[in-house]
Design a protein around this ligand. Structure first.
Ligand SMILES: NC(=O)C1=CN([C@@H]2O[C@H](COP(=O)(O)OP(=O)(O)OC[C@H]3O[C@@H](n4cnc5c(N)ncnc54)[C@H](OP(=O)(O)O)[C@@H]3O)[C@@H](O)[C@H]2O)C=CC1
Length: 432
């Protein structure tokens, strides 16, 4: 029996492969599609990538790179998905990971046996036993639509941002986008630049629009080991000043004032949104009240006609191969209670990688999680007791609820530096 099964070979699966390989752990990695890269492979034949043709990452290249493999110097500060997929391909080639991955193979079920090992069932009917399973199937692929749905029915076209791939899809159409996260603002900006139809964003909460650049510096440099140690109210104050210096008041560009305080929402980054709004190319409306044919009635009573509605309303956390466990069937709430976001105390040999939304880059944190998991599997590191893990989960959940609202959108938020340090601390919990 091999020790570990890794599910998925996206950006998190490949770091898990590398970490297991480096520790001399026996493992298999199964990937649904024919190549690595997950979400970052545009038109991935695994059928679940949410990337669109114009997608650029919105964390800077230095912040997102893996610890031992820098992004090429010639890459722009905010690389395009084609750069990122090439970076992952080079990473896989450099560390000799490809031969360890079985492609075109879907894991259909993971079931725990009485001896605590896992039986992993594949779509080819084969079953294998493992001591440990690492889940790295991503959390930005299963579209979330508003529930309950808005009243009435819309007779134009409806898609989710997951299925937005090309500007062509919205050319010559009056477009309504629901939500004001990063998918929404990217799509709105791309559509507005075409000047072929009306572009309107409907938002119930608004968002603090953060530019990519602060003078000539990537804006996310502002979140660093020093600023993350400041009390939240001081961080908010500093950020409000910096945002004001960088872009003034967003309301002056026509972008609605957000309902939540700064740093209590997942950041929405856009260098373009304010300017396009200031030119009248993107309009804003409150939440939708109901549909009437191609007419949309908003909560302020105003009405407008549209050809297409794009729900940019986020994603559900989904593990199709774990559906038979209530603990992991969390699609509606997105609430998954894991110790350090990695381990369910009742399933200590089942690990989840990259179930995080950092205020910062996700890849280096997934890399660190993979190294921690490798140490546990290798018997170098131990976990705290079940009770301690549950207590820690409770404490983290309370902290999260205090800072963010209860929406499914914010269940995975972590502060990059605090989280990084907490995993580094776990890695020192050595088996004597
Ligand atoms: N360039 C890049 O690097 C990009 C990165 N991303 C990342 O992908 C992830 C997903 O982003 P995204 O797809 O924007 O999704 P998000 O979950 O971040 O945003 C969803 C948006 O939809 C709104 N919404 C959700 N449910 C409803 C509802 N029932 N009624 C009205 N509004 C609703 C939310 O509002 P509310 O806040 O009120 O819940 C929010 O504005 C994020 O981590 C993001 O950073 C996405 C695109 C580009």
């Amino acid at each position: 029996m091999k020790q570990v099964c890794i599910i998925g070979a996206g950006s998190s699966g490949i770091v898990a492969v590398k970490a297991m390989k480096e520790k001399g752990i026996s493992f298999d990695c199964f990937e649904k599609g024919s190549d690595i890269g997950g979400n970052w492979r545009f038109n991935n034949d695994n059928g679940v990538s949410s990337a669109y043709r114009s997608l650029h990452i919105n964390t800077n290249k230095k912040a997102m790179a893996f610890a031992d493999y820098p992004m090429p110097e010639h890459y722009p500060m905010y690389p395009h998905h084609s750069h990122i997929i090439k970076y992952f391909e080079d990473y896989v080639a450099h560390f000799g990971l490809r031969s360890h991955i079985t492609f075109n193979t879907t894991v259909t079920a993971v079931s725990q046996q009485t001896d605590n090992t896992f039986t992993v069932t594949l779509d080819n009917g084969h079953q294998h036993a493992y001591q440990y399973v690492i889940v790295a199937n991503g959390h930005h692929w299963m579209p979330r639509f508003p529930t309950p749905a808005f009243k009435g029915s819309f007779t134009g076209e409806i898609i989710h941002s997951h299925d937005y791939k090309e500007a062509e899809q919205v050319k010559d159409k009056d477009l309504l986008i629901v939500g004001i996260g990063n998918s929404a603002v990217d799509i709105a900006a791309e559509a507005a630049r075409m000047h072929t139809g009306k572009v309107v964003i409907s938002t119930r909460s608004g968002a603090h629009i953060t530019p990519n650049w602060l003078w000539s510096m990537p804006f996310d440099n502002l979140a660093n080991a020093f600023t993350s140690k400041l009390p939240l109210r001081v961080q908010r104050f500093v950020l409000s000043i910096v945002l004001w210096l960088a872009r003034g008041k967003q309301e002056d560009f026509g972008v609605p004032k957000p309902k939540r305080p700064l740093l209590s929402e997942h950041p929405t980054l856009s260098q373009d949104l304010l300017y396009l709004s200031g030119r009248g190319l993107i309009g804003f409306k409150p939440n939708i009240k109901e549909f009437e044919g191609k007419t949309v009635i908003f909560e302020d009573g105003s009405r407008q006609d549209f050809d297409i509605v794009i729900y940019s309303t986020g994603y559900k956390i989904c593990f199709p191969f774990l559906k038979h466990y209530l603990e992991f069937d969390v699609e509606e709430s997105n609430k998954l209670r894991l110790y350090k976001r990695v381990i369910h105390p009742d399933f200590p040999n089942l690990f989840f990688v990259a179930l995080l939304q950092p205020l910062g880059a996700i890849m280096p944190l997934a890399e660190l999680q993979a190294k921690w998991i490798a140490k546990i599997v290798a018997g170098e590191c131990k976990l705290p007791s079940k009770d301690e893990m549950f207590q820690s989960i409770e404490k983290d959940a309370k902290k999260l609820a205090k800072r963010f609202d209860e929406s499914p959108r914010h269940t995975l938020e972590v502060d990059f530096f605090h989280y990084r340090d907490s995993i580094k601390k776990e890695m020192k919990r050595l088996v004597k």
